[in-house]
Design a protein around this ligand. Structure first.
Ligand code: ADP
Length: 449
């Protein structure tokens, strides 16, 4: 097992990883930017190193500085968390070249899943169902593009090959707007990922976003865990997740779980990852992508299975054998996660950084809070706006929703506009309670646009 792990991240996930390390008897080194000196992860870790100025490119994305910090502090492994360098093949490669274990899959696995077109190709070969599409990058000019869209059938969706966070996507309902949508998606993709390549696929109407957590060891064993429903999204970004997906039956769960396992096997996956699917109204499912890291929403799976995913991830990276058998994993209840963002839901979600006054976060039966904020903490304007995850657990979906409603009522974050009121609206909505919500639920029924 590792003796010292450097955490190349910040915020709630850095705190989560430090806690897992502590339970495994591993010392931790936090890195931080100049803006994050007072951050909770710095206080929780045994050691800390400042790696650069406030902007992420100078600090949390600054590979030479991070590697130097690991070397001077005697780390033997690096945990990248999510976002930042977690899916950066170059970083994974540099870590390994410097004798630092990258706590994640191999560089080859990240590479194969990072390019969405290549990943779709590989999935097809592995017998995993995929959305019908262009099977390669497309360009806006030429008559071919119209024929292709017609063959796939409108509506279609144009997506960035290097995509992430819902960026570089355009839904196209008719021929008139196709070329323009491709150009816009290319421009957005270039700005966000430095790669303008986009592809086209069938737009699945009113789908559910269902994903499977997978775990793999270096001896080739792969397990999948019960699914998460992440259909409540704003601009293709998740806001609420729950587990299990209450519209699934045991046979569909097994089929999808096995597909997820095949997807992971195809890239010889080690540690933890997530295979994402879209499920249409008829219950057909299609591979969308694989995220080769721990996900924001991992706690709901931990709550319903009793498995500590971050500890498992570290143990698998250290070369331990996987002891989980998918078919034997029991679903202990129902869990929901609400992402509390420092954003103003009444003003088009503009970020709301600043100094927190009084802070009261909920507790009591069945409530877990993953956060890095505390009373008097200043939320810096430089990073993402996630400030806390409220996770509720109950014997069934009804109890989990009621507990979440009770918990959201207790949230008080003085001076900071945040999304807890929006979550209260979602939890109270009859449609959500009945459970028939697909990815357009938030825009159609809650935000009203
Ligand atoms: P990203 O990597 O940017 O998160 P994904 O491929 O994971 O992109 O898609 C994000 C979300 O976009 C999905 O959860 C879904 O809501 C929507 N989406 C993506 N592809 C399709 C599709 N073919 N049909 C319908 N919705 C889609």
């Amino acid at each position: 097992m590792f003796k010292k792990v450097l955490i190349a991240n910040r915020g709630e996930i850095a705190c989560r990883i430090i806690r897992a390390c502590r339970e495994l008897g591993i010392n931790t080194i936090a890195i931080h930017s100049e803006a994050d000196r007072e951050s909770m992860h710095v206080k929780l870790a045994e050691q800390s190193v400042c790696v650069g100025e406030a902007s992420a490119s100078d600090s949390y994305l600054n590979i030479p500085s991070i590697i130097a910090a690991a070397e001077i502090s005697g780390a033997d492994a690096i945990h990248p968390g999510y976002g930042f360098l977690s899916e950066n093949t170059y970083f994974a490669e540099v870590c390994e070249a410097c004798g630092l274990k990258f706590i994640g899959p191999s560089k080859e696995s990240i590479e194969k899943m990072g390019d969405k077109i290549a990943a779709i190709e590989l999935m097809k070969k592995s017998g995993v169902p995929v959305v019908p599409g262009s099977d390669g990058p497309i360009s806006a000019d030429g008559p071919k593009i119209f024929a292709m869209a017609k063959k796939i059938g409108y509506p279609v969706i144009v997506k960035a090959t290097a995509g992430g966070g819902g960026k570089g996507m355009r839904i196209v309902t008719s021929e008139e707007t196709l070329q323009n949508a491709i150009i816009m998606a290319q421009t957005e993709a270039k700005a966000a990922f430095g790669n303008p390549d986009v592809y086209m696929e069938k737009y699945i109407e009113e789908p559910h976003h269902i994903e499977f957590q997978i775990l793999g060891d270096k001896y080739g064993k792969i397990a999948y865990l019960p699914e998460r429903d992440c259909s409540i999204q704003r601009r293709h970004q998740k806001l609420v997740e729950e587990s299990p997906y209450h519209l699934i039956n045991e046979s569909l769960r097994k089929k999808m779980g096995k597909s997820a396992r095949n997807a992971a096997s195809a890239v010889k996956y080690v540690t933890v990852g997530t295979v994402e699917f879209l499920v249409d109204k008829k219950g057909h499912f299609y591979f969308m992508e694989m995220n080769t890291r721990i996900q924001v929403e991992h706690p709901i799976t931990e709550m319903v299975t009793g498995i500590d995913l971050v500890k498992e991830q570290i143990k698998l990276a250290a070369g331990e054998k996987l002891s989980i058998i998918s078919e034997k994993v029991k679903i202990l209840g129902h869990a929901i996660e609400c992402r509390i963002n420092a954003e103003d839901p009444d003003k088009d979600f503009i970020p709301s950084p600043g100094k927190i006054g009084k802070l009261y976060l909920p507790g009591g039966p069945g409530i877990r809070i993953d956060t890095h904020v505390y009373s008097g903490y200043t939320i810096p304007p430089f990073y993402d706006s996630l400030i806390a995850k409220v996770i509720s657990f109950g014997v069934d979906r009804g109890e989990s929703i009621t507990r979440m409603q009770r918990a959201l009522r207790e949230v008080e974050i003085e001076n900071i506009k945040n999304t807890s009121s929006l979550h209260a609206k979602i939890m109270g909505s009859e449609q959500f309670r009945q459970g028939s919500v697909s990815t357009d639920f938030l825009s159609k029924h809650i935000l009203g646009k």
